[in-house]
Ligand binder design. Structure first.
Ligand code: SF4
Length: 623
């Protein structure tokens, strides 16, 4: 039996065998003969990262809930396991049944990060599935992909049969129904794809032709099949309070990135930071009610045994019932050793009450993201946070006994000057001085971590047209900052400039960069987001192989009138709104949040026929 062979012969030889066991608590092992359709959720990175992904938990739950379908999991095998699989000629297998991935009806990838794209090709190859969609006939599974990177699907257009744009649990049942019927009717692959193209939110790249002006600029994108719409509009859950949410998630055997209950409190964020893709593509804001959260928390604690509940979302401190919900959860669980935590807080929404509540059980590190060093630049990016906010929040935290804070910044932002970089160091210096003053005798333990990532222009954001700084400029800025941040109390981290550069190439790339991806993979690139695996030289050789200039995608200012590679993907937020925001940014004008002020006309609500769903104080009930 393959399962025994893998477990007894291969797993003892690899690092972290628990990655490949598939027998965790709450994993679902369905009978293959009793379902009509088999889906494998494919995460293009290692188990520990994939298992921390909420989308996997949700889809695993909704697909397995259906009696006629099953979903299993597969993660990118680490290099040691891949070597053994290739040596032994064992095709990539799914964790629950150990069946080859090739035997499933659907292989569903999630696209969380551009630098995991080479792993997709590698996983398809390991599975014995042709990497190019055009080379697959009816005998191969349908390869689909969704997630945030699907909002610019073009770099992967040659490898994926169909993309799902928007929230998976909303559209997936329809996709399953279409594939199931097509299978029963023995429809051709083209016939199946034509039916899928008619489902709102499904993009089938082969049904679109792209005309180019030159390698990096597009003249137009048109459907070449009558079943394909000119624009593919995202799908979204209208009532997140009533949406399916898994309360029996799989509990891994080994330490994963988020080893805790992830209780999603809301979806979307309308703060409107101009660099942030999540803030645009997940609009509008939809909140869960406290009653729903308390019920889900109770089931999650009972079904998993975790000792921590993390209230997760893009901006949990903005949840309209956050304090009440937090208090109730702590009242119920803190006596039972279950901690409740909040992810990073915004300096302005920070409530010391909130922080004090959270530390009833354990004191987490506080993270603030001012993003830029001066008020001018914070206005350009629409961060809406002032120096006073940040100092008030960090000061209050130090007063309450916190000794470590993390500050997140971005370098290379549009309009950035030397003064803005100096501002980062000055702000960090002020936080250190404040900490030393407030902490008194405990000041010896003070630690301020400053992290500087590099700006990456992202599709569907007001900064989608902006160039990224070239690698040399980014490195020079990093060195400059390192020179300014010499204080012993400050730890300075920065992101790899080469990696950020490639992220920009793929976040703004068109179909042609898919050729680079394939060339890079053939040269051995995989696990590019892992330092020890990343090879910039191989990537540069891949660009040379296909004669493309990466700077043309990453470091070029795109014209506002230009056809963008993702213009046929409709995220609901209008291009005109993005252009208006871009213009406002360059003038340093800020835009308010529609949750707390009036509608700013981003277009998603009228375009998709949805509304903001804010539960509000009234709905929170007595504490
Ligand atoms: S359409 Fe208006 S209310 Fe709706 S998310 Fe956009 S700005 Fe907010």
């Amino acid at each position: 039996m393959m399962r025994d062979f893998i477990r007894n012969r291969l797993l003892p030889k690899v690092l972290k065998p628990a990655r490949y066991l598939g027998t965790e608590l709450n994993s679902i092992h369905k009978d293959w003969d009793r379902v009509d359709l088999k889906v494998v959720f494919a995460f293009p990175d290692v188990y520990e990262i994939g298992m921390s992904h909420l989308g996997l938990r949700i889809l695993y739950h909704v697909v397995n809930k259906r009696p006629d379908t099953l979903m299993e999991r597969v993660f990118a095998p680490w290099v040691d396991m891949e070597e053994l699989l290739r040596q032994q000629n064992i095709p990539l297998f799914a964790l629950e049944s150990y069946k080859p991935v090739k035997e499933f009806d659907i292989v569903a990838f999630t696209l969380q990060y551009e630098m995991s794209f080479t792993n997709i090709l590698n996983m398809l190859d390991l599975a014995g599935i042709p990497v190019r969609a055009g080379d697959r006939d009816e005998s191969y599974p349908l390869v689909i992909a969704g997630g945030p990177c699907a909002y610019n699907p073009e770099p992967l257009a040659d490898f994926i049969d169909a993309f799902v744009i928007g929230e998976g649990e909303e559209v997936f049942y329809e996709v399953l129904d279409v594939v199931k019927t097509a299978k029963q009717e023995k429809l051709s692959r083209t016939g199946l794809l034509e039916r899928l193209a008619q489902v709102q939110g499904v993009y089938v790249p082969r049904f679109y032709d792209v005309d180019y002006k030159d390698d990096a600029a597009i003249a137009g994108i048109r459907p070449n099949n009558p079943n394909a719409p000119a624009k593919v509009t995202k799908r979204l859950v209208r009532n997140i309070d009533e949406a399916d949410f898994p309360t029996s998630p799989i509990v891994p055997y080994l330490e994963v990135v988020h080893n805790r209950i992830m209780l999603e409190v809301l979806r979307g964020c309308s703060r409107g930071c101009r660099f942030c893709q999540a803030g645009m593509i997940y609009r509008p804001v939809r909140e869960k009610s406290p009653e729903t959260l308390l019920r889900q928390a109770e089931e999650l604690v009972a079904n998993t045994g975790y000792d921590e509940i993390s209230l997760s979302s893009l901006s949990t401190a903005d949840y309209s019932c956050v304090e009440e919900t937090l208090k109730k959860l702590l009242d119920i669980y803190s006596g039972h050793g279950v901690n409740v935590s909040l992810p990073s807080l915004r300096a302005d929404a920070f409530s010391i009450e909130l922080a004090k509540e959270v530390q009833r059980v354990r004191r987490p590190t506080l993270t603030f993201a001012p993003e830029a060093g001066t008020q001018r630049l914070r206005d350009v990016i629409n961060k809406g946070v002032t120096e006073e906010d940040l100092l008030a929040a960090t000061g209050a935290a130090f007063k309450e006994g916190w000794t470590a804070v993390k500050l997140y910044f971005m370098i290379g932002l549009p309009t950035e000057t030397e003064e803005d970089l100096r501002g980062i160091a000055e702000l960090a210096g002020k936080v250190v001085a404040l900490g030393q003053r407030e902490l008194g005798a405990k000041a010896g333990r003070l630690k301020v971590t400053v992290s500087a990532s590099s700006f990456v222009p992202k599709a569907h954001t007001p900064f989608q047209w902006e160039p990224q700084n070239d690698i040399d400029t980014l490195k020079e800025k990093q060195r400059f900052l390192a020179g300014l941040l010499k204080n012993r109390k400050i730890k300075f981290n920065w992101h790899d400039a080469e990696l950020s550069f490639l992220e920009a190439v793929f976040s703004r790339g068109n179909r042609k960069v898919g050729r680079v991806l394939e060339a890079a993979w053939r040269r051995g690139c995989k696990f590019d987001s892992w330092n020890e695996q990343f090879s910039y030289d191989k990537w540069m050789a891949a660009f040379a192989d296909v004669r493309l200039t990466p700077e043309a995608f990453a470091c070029r200012r795109f014209g506002v009138e230009e056809v963008l590679p993702w213009d046929h993907i409709d995220a609901g937020v209008g291009k005109k709104f993005l252009a208006k925001e871009y213009e406002a940014a360059l003038k340093g004008a800020t835009t308010l949040d529609c949750r707390f002020d009036r509608c700013t006309g981003c277009g998603v609500c009228p375009n998709l026929g949805v509304d903001l769903d804010i539960k509000g104080r009234e709905a929170c009930g007595p504490v």
